[in-house]
Write a protein that binds this ligand. Structure first.
Ligand SMILES: Cc1ncc(COP(=O)(O)O)c(C=O)c1O
Length: 321
């Protein structure tokens, strides 16, 4: 099940100690897993998901790929790149309206020749069924990649990533902290930890306060985690297995505030590593605050899982400097 995947990225990604930053933090050593370096179109967590999801597109002999996201969606940028690599047409249903100038991820979407459909307030693919109908009427075979690449196939990318991590480390991490937004990364990590028998505490920092279709985000993560467990033949997870921290939602989705700005500048200036304004900037701000609060014990070993997104920095120049 885990071996059926396309090769789209550059894996494994490095695991590095954040030596200078660890000396400044009041707490145990901090490490980073560099999924910003997964290689496909400037990297990010969607590479791993797409390696599995797009196998499903190949199965139905799709000739075009559709997905959705916000105007600066990393998921859409990486999907557009993967579609280009596979010779498939790509349609992106993006929230907002066509801006006067394209930059950041949106610029890259255009370079990959993605067809952009503007959806106003609707950034989670509400308009996709209509687009599917139109493409089918044109004789095409569309394949829909779910919002954020978060379905069972997408989660398998992070099941595999956990076994990659285990092979890279002699001593396990006591905590993994990362940005959780559509749930696929989280569901994959939980299953991967179970499959590898890792006793790591997995902490998702929430990025987006909006809930989907009457379900809380924690319920959504649990459901996807259990669907993935079923697919892998693993036992199911209890509600308490999903650790989500919603203390850092700040000004709302994609709003950069002082906490995100400080986190981005700290990692850039102390370690020379770029975060992104929407996801990892917020998650890293949360992690810095947890260190400040003394949330970790001296003998813990903490990993920040960098999930990418730095191309969006260029679209946030006004909020960052
Ligand atoms: C850079 C980055 N980090 C984290 C996430 C969240 O991952 P997930 O949607 O699997 O929860 C996203 C989602 O788009 C992302 O772009």
């Amino acid at each position: 099940m885990l071996t059926r995947r396309l090769s789209l990225g550059t894996l494994p990604t490095p695991v590095e100690p954040l030596q200078r930053l660890s000396e400044q933090l009041n707490g145990p050593p901090l490490w980073i897993k560099r999924d910003d370096l997964t290689g496909l179109a400037l990297g990010g967590n969607k590479t791993r998901k797409l390696e599995y999801i797009l196998c499903d597109a190949m199965d139905i002999k799709a000739d075009c790929i559709i997905t959705a996201g916000a105007i600066q969606s990393n998921h859409c940028r990486q999907t557009a790149a993967a579609a280009a690599k596979l010779g498939l047409e790509c349609h992106l249903v993006l929230g907002g309206q066509a801006p006067e100038h394209c930059n950041g991820n949106l610029l890259l979407d255009q370079l990959f020749n993605a067809r952009v459909h503007w959806a106003g307030e609707k950034r989670k693919g509400e308009d996709i069924p209509e687009l599917v109908k139109q493409l089918k009427a044109q004789g095409k075979t569309p394949f829909v990649v779910p919002y954020g690449g978060s379905n069972v196939s997408g989660a398998l990318g992070y099941v595999n990533a956990m076994s990659e991590l285990q092979q890279q480390c002699t001593e396990p991490f006591s905590h993994i902290v990362f940005a959780s937004a559509s749930g696929g990364t989280h569901a994959g990590m939980l299953n991967g930890a179970k499959l590898c028998n890792m006793q790591t505490q997995i902490w998702g920092i929430r990025i987006d306060k909006s809930e989907s279709e009457g379900q809380s985000f924690a319920q959504r993560v649990l459901e996807l985690t259990n669907d993935t467990a079923k697919h892998l033949g693993l036992s199911s997870f209890a509600t308490e297995a999903v650790h989500l921290n919603a203390d850092y939602l700040g000004g709302g989705y994609a709003v950069v505030g002082e906490a995100e700005r400080h986190a981005i500048k700290t990692l850039a200036q102390v370690e020379g590593i770029l975060l992104d304004p929407v996801y990892t900037g917020r998650a890293f701000a949360g992690l810095l605050d947890l260190y400040r609060q003394g949330a970790f014990a001296a003998d813990d070993k903490v990993l920040f899982w960098h999930t990418g997104g730095s191309p969006a920095l260029f679209a946030y120049n006004d909020s960052l400097v």
